[in-house]
Design a binder for this molecule. Structure first.
Ligand SMILES: *Cc1c(COP(=O)(O)O)cnc(C)c1O
Length: 216
């Protein structure tokens, strides 16, 4: 199957209410252009410099999502164009994003990454710290960032009951935090191997790479 066919296949199997982020990390410009020509406009990358280079070379109506772990000192390289930052896992990073967004007179949309996997290696904030950040007065001072919701990565396991449990836990947190005063729009869970499961757990945004572009 071609990239366009794989994209089409995924789009026909997910609800209209779920946004597809095509994860193009490590893939060449030509592959992204092929997905673009098939109508895809949202792409995800996990390295800031790689994303910035691709931004320069590709059509400007692409929405670029940063899905990887963030280094504060590199936020400045994407502050002028990034559409959504998924992997925010500290208040310090949020402050840096705010500072860089201000320089460009923009508001940068962010998701807080929640730790839901059992594995030590997965990044993310404990639920208690997410609650603390969202209710803090310091957050109100960050006028150039907007927290749209949460992002999570499930354990890398074939045990779908475990994965479902982890998705359900972040969905409960999302429901708890999604108040009338501070509505949240986005729950970013689900990748190539588990996006169907994530959608049954309430995902509103899936990040799919290899199922579109092939193995990396
Ligand atoms: C690479 C990556 C994905 C996509 O993974 P696939 O299994 O190729 O779909 C999704 N989210 C994050 C954070 C990633 O780093």
């Amino acid at each position: 199957m071609s990239i366009a066919q794989r994209l089409q296949h995924i789009l026909t199997t997910i609800p209209d209410t779920v946004t597809l982020v095509a994860v193009s990390k490590t893939k060449p410009i030509e592959a992204i252009q092929e997905a673009y020509d098939a109508g895809q406009r949202i792409f995800g990358e996990n390295k800031i410099q790689e994303m910035a280079e691709k931004y320069e070379q590709l059509p400007k109506d692409i929405k670029w999502h940063m899905i990887g772990h963030l280094q504060s000192n590199k936020v400045k390289y994407m502050a002028h164009f990034v559409d959504l930052i998924h992997g925010v896992d500290s208040f310090k990073t949020l402050k840096e994003i705010n500072k860089q967004a201000k320089k460009h007179n923009r508001t940068i949309h962010c998701l807080l990454q929640a730790k839901i996997a059992q594995e030590e290696t997965k990044f993310g904030l404990p639920f208690s710290e997410i609650r603390d950040i969202l209710s803090s007065d310091e957050l109100k001072e960050l006028t150039n960032v907007k927290i749209d919701g949460l992002m999570g990565m499930a354990s890398f396991t074939a045990d779908s009951i475990q994965v479902q449990k982890e998705f359900d836990s972040i969905h409960s947190l999302f429901v708890e935090l999604n108040t009338e005063d501070a509505p949240l729009t986005t729950l970013s869970i689900g990748m190539s191997g588990d996006y169907q499961l994530a959608i049954t757990s309430g995902s509103t945004m899936i990040r799919v790479g290899s199922a579109i572009f092939g193995a990396r």
